[in-house]
Design a protein around this ligand. Structure first.
Ligand code: ADP
Ligand code: MG
Length: 556
């Protein structure tokens, strides 16, 4: 039997400990998440090893994690009946810097960013975060396949040394006992620990239990306080619509039912699960440009909540989407900064976009009423994608709906495909007009020639349309053209007529040009009008008047 001994931490460990305890202070509550996550990993490992060796969990097969507190001893304990550790494993895992993540962490921290709390906690410093709130940590552990006498007690004040001792330990698993620093009494309160568990670890797949409380003291009665099942990890066939809806509401911020959802698991070199919802109503601030991080997507890594990461996981034009992404292969302590430059995450993001667009397309195809609800709520937000997401421009454009001279009044329900399907033989462009209002668009004299020739014109009057259309010059091989710009489409007879008219009107045109001077670029005979005597027109490269006005309003 190995004797009790005291060892020095590796130089690197001492360095990490020093940094962690001095820098993580503003995020100190994460220690609980870290310890629970380790406990959950230990249960995962036992579960896995038990497949080949059922004896490992025989007699105690209900895996769980217990979080308890002792107001007299001033300790918080996280216990699991998972795989446990041997003496060598304890030394290797928590006495040295084994993980490459920690090495990277050290490198990152050795520069000017020392003591930057946002950087810290993103690499494998999990266990050491215990020393942010504790001035002494005791680990008592026994590996599942070790004899009762094979227990190990590890203890340290986190200053440079730790002690190791062999102990008898009837049960397998690990207890991490935090002896709280003098000013950390807040963690001796049940409700505080409980709310941290609910906040960060609700979807850990193992039951997290806490003792019940009597007279401010823990009793021997334990109750499970987390949901203990990550809904999205279940097979779709086992999840009812009600389950999906209640989970949607548990995400918060919406009392209404979700409109639709898409739930997918990707297996492979990189595995992840996405559960994405479309709300049925827009939040009131949707079009204010801002987005509320808390109302978007939650990133989990192996069922452990990491952060709200809508911005990292979805482009801005899909900011109305809610839900969960659970990645298997990201480091648990990944930071926002790291996420923003992570190639794995780029792939997950692309998958999220694809799933959402698939879902919207499916609504458009199979559930027109739901699609209409969606479009009313989020159509204008979606339009931002035309310029924001060039890769998906065609897909997004296919989903857009407009009012039209051949549509049903103000209703926006004509798709670009509908338009193309009605195009006359020889027509090569999709014509549109933008204006401040439907009435202004529909009543514009610019439309006269198109009406006379029975050419459909899309009537765009949402504020974003002019801006959006600037990024949509083509769809399905057809150019999109403004009726207010350039020349209207003419056939041979028209052209001849126009030439004659121009010749005839030459003296008049000259007189008008002289009269109007600099106020116009040119005066032309046009086939644009049939009833009105004249109208203003733009050259191909001019800004539409109401866009110019919008920009002026925005102070541009
Ligand atoms: P990480 O979890 O990223 O590996 P940590 O610092 O959180 O880093 O933990 C270091 C290692 O200590 C773990 O990888 C694991 O091998 C071991 N460990 C920590 N807590 C436990 C536990 N409750 N049961 C078994 N092993 C543990
Ligand atoms: Mg960990």
């Amino acid at each position: 039997n190995a004797p009790a001994e005291t060892r020095k931490f590796e130089a690197e460990v001492a360095q990490v400990l020093h940094l962690v305890t001095h820098s993580l202070y503003s995020h100190k509550e994460i220690f609980l998440r870290e310890l629970i996550s380790n406990a959950s990993d230990a249960c995962d490992k036992l579960r896995f090893e038990s497949i080949a060796n059922p004896a490992l969990s025989a007699g105690d097969s209900e895996l769980h994690i217990d979080v308890s507190w002792d107001p007299d001893a001033r300790t918080v304990t996280v216990h699991d009946n998972g795989i446990g550790m041997t003496r060598d494993e304890v030394v290797a895992n928590i006495g040295t810097i084994a993980s490459s993540g920690t090495k990277r962490f050290l490198e990152a921290m050795s520069g000017e960013q020392k003591a930057d709390a946002r950087l810290i906690g993103q690499f494998g410093v999990g266990f050491y975060s215990a020393f942010v709130v504790a001035d002494k940590v005791t680990v008592i552990t026994r590996r599942a396949d070790a004899p009762e006498s094979g227990g190990v007690k590890w203890e340290s004040d986190g200053k440079g040394e730790y002690s190791l001792e062999q102990v008898d330990q009837p049960q397998r698993g690990t207890s991490v006992i935090l002896h709280l620093k003098a000013d950390e009494d807040e963690f001796l309160k049940r409700w505080q620990l409980r709310s941290l568990i609910t906040k960060y670890s609700d979807h850990v797949a193992f039951p997290i239990r806490m003792p019940q409380e009597k007279d401010d003291k823990p009793t021997d009665e334990f109750e499970t306080i987390n949901a203990a099942s990550a809904l999205w990890t279940k097979p779709k066939s086992e999840i009812s619509d009600e389950d999906y809806q209640s989970f949607y509401k548990s995400l918060g911020h919406d009392f209404n039912d979700a409109l639709a959802w898409t739930h997918n698991r990707v297996e492979g070199s990189q595995s992840f699960t996405t559960l994405l919802y479309l709300p049925s109503q827009p939040p009131f601030d949707l079009m204010m440009g801002g987005r509320d991080e808390r109302k978007g997507l939650k990133l989990y890594i192996k069922r452990v909540f990491i952060m709200d990461a809508a911005e990292e996981l979805l482009p801005n034009y899909l900011r109305f989407v809610r839900g969960v992404v659970d990645a298997d292969d990201l480091p648990l302590n990944v930071s926002r900064e790291i996420l923003q430059h992570n190639r794995q995450l780029d792939r997950i993001k692309a998958a999220c976009v694809k799933r959402v667009l698939d879902l919207i397309e499916k609504l458009a195809r199979d559930e027109p009423e739901k699609f209409h609800t969606f479009y009313k709520a989020f159509g204008n937000t979606l339009k931002e994608g035309i310029s924001e997401d060039a890769n998906n421009r065609e897909r997004i454009a296919k989903l857009l709906r407009f009012a039209s001279t051949k549509g049903e009044g103000t209703a926006q329900n004509v798709s670009l495909d509908d338009y193309i399907g009605r195009m006359a033989v020889g027509q090569d462009a999709i014509w549109y007009i933008t204006a401040d209002s439907y009435a202004a668009a529909a009543g514009s004299p610019q439309l006269e020639a198109f009406k006379a020739k029975d050419i459909e014109v899309l009537l765009m009057s949402d504020r974003i349309d002019e801006w959006m259309i600037g990024s949509l010059s083509e769809y399905d091989g057809k150019k999109l053209k403004s009726v207010a710009k350039g020349d209207v489409p003419l056939d041979e007879a028209d052209k001849k007529k126009q030439e004659e008219a121009t010749k005839e009107a030459e003296p008049l045109l000259k007189k008008l040009k002289d009269l109007l001077g600099d106020r116009v670029g040119d005066v032309k005979v046009s086939a644009r009008l049939t009833d009105s005597p004249s109208c203003l027109a733009l050259s191909d490269y001019e800004m539409a008047p109401h866009l110019a006005r919008l920009l002026r309003e925005a102070g541009q």
